[in-house]
Design a protein around this ligand. Structure first.
Ligand SMILES: [Fe+2]
Ligand SMILES: [Fe+2]
Length: 197
């Protein structure tokens, strides 16, 4: 295991969560659908907790949560760009448009967040001792929530687009109705949408 790159992953994971708080805060200004608002309110609170968990995890591993790394800067820049894209859509004022941009911004942010936690899970399976214990504790709390953040929001983004195109959408999306937690479940939910629409 390359310790330096494990540290880089953990710092990027923290930065992704911090950026996630800003993405959800802005996305909640774009949202129009009440069910989606409720969903994102919940994800915002969970993401704030993820920031705390990641800061605690780094501290327990003897790492300074405020340390800057080149990778963190990149993650921060991407997060800021997602916020900027939503601000742009809000300024245009077209009904429904900012909500679509927000759903896509959340999917992009959560794709990175989900992969970070998947990779942390891989690290947990391959390290031993105190490091494994500390990372496993965080992973067990956070990872199931990341599945929901990504798969459910992907469903929302797809169905809101379908609705905007003037076709019959499934709202809330099948991923949410079926409480999808896995990639296989998400694929099944997407397949089932035709019967549900
Ligand atoms: Fe997260
Ligand atoms: Fe997330």
């Amino acid at each position: 295991m390359k310790d330096e790159q494990v540290r880089e992953l953990l710092y990027q994971a923290l930065e992704t969560e911090i950026g996630g708080v800003n993405v959800y805060t802005t996305a909640l200004r774009c949202v129009e659908n009440d069910d989606l608002k409720e969903e994102w309110d919940k994800y915002l609170e969970q993401t704030k907790t993820h920031v705390t968990i990641m800061e605690d995890t780094l501290s327990k591993l003897g790492l300074d949560p405020n340390e800057e790394t080149p990778g963190r800067k990149v993650v921060r820049t991407i997060g800021e760009s997602l916020v900027e894209a939503m601000e742009l859509a809000l300024a245009e004022g077209e009904p429904g448009a900012a909500q679509l941009v927000a759903a896509e911004a959340v999917v992009l942010a959560e794709t990175k967040d989900h992969q970070n936690w998947h990779l942390i899970g891989e690290v947990v399976s391959n390290v031993k001792g105190e490091t494994a214990k500390i990372l496993k504790e965080a992973w067990e709390k956070v990872e199931p929530e990341e599945d929901e953040h990504l798969y459910h929001t992907k469903g929302w983004a797809r169905e809101l687009w379908i609705e905007s195109l003037g076709m019959k959408a499934v709202l809330p999306p099948p991923e949410e109705v079926k409480d999808v937690q896995t990639a296989i479940g998400a694929a099944r939910a997407e397949k089932a949408r035709k019967q549900m629409a």
